[in-house]
Design a protein around this ligand. Sequence first.
Ligand code: DGL
Length: 275
Amino acid sequence: MNNSPIGVFDSGYGGLTVLSELVKTLPGYDFLYLGDNARTPYGTRSFEVVYEYTLQCVKYLFSQNCPLVIIACNTASAKALRNIQQLDLPKIAPDRRVLGVIRPSVEKVAGITLNGHVGVLGTSGTVASESYPIELQKWSGGKVVSTVQEACPMWVPIVENNEIGTEGAEYFIKKNIENILRKDKDLDTLVLGCTHYPLLIDSIIKYVPKNINILQQGEITAEKLKEYLIRHPEIENKLTKNATLQFLTTESAENFNGKAEVFMGHKVEAGHVHL
Ligand code: DGL
């Protein structure tokens, strides 16, 4: 079968929360997921390293015939996407596209915030990059008047180590949420700016007042991608529609399969790739 799938990239497993929503919203399309599990996490790495790793992974997905790559990782979207779009794509693949998760979230926030007070929870890397405040300022059409952020460095390890729902996990989730609520008492929208955080939603909602909207990116990215494909038939026409779903990991495939099944809710058989 000659596939030209939508490539979905993440530093590890987290992007599977985005992938599963993409598959639900665009069920006929082919998808190829690449998790850089051997080098995860990206959240604590430098700008240069995240850019280098992300570009390598995007190039690999291009070599696998992907006309379009979604960077499902917030850290990589924050630190690498702009350079890839502006510096690399024109040279290496001018007819292909790479999209991230920050812009779709920002557009959604602009559509739902009533008082313009927004909070963003993310990895240390995403927070330090200031990508959310900058993009919210730029793309919200003046609707966002204040953005506060909180780095939650323990949340990814909680998910990765299957500590969801434990006493220790609750401690860190409560602490970070109390911190961000303290930074702006008028918050009306809270963005879960990291792929892993939707898996902590049952704990998160316990500590967030009911009047605050909590944005999860999987659904938003899927909804925005669907709209993008309608607006860009030149990319849409290149995508094959055999409803296949393939997985690749830079770690051992066996390790990947076990955890990926938890994220996807069904059996996964990944291939190993050495970059
Ligand atoms: N995928 C990353 C993100 O969304 C979280 C995991 C990591 O730090 O690599 O920011």
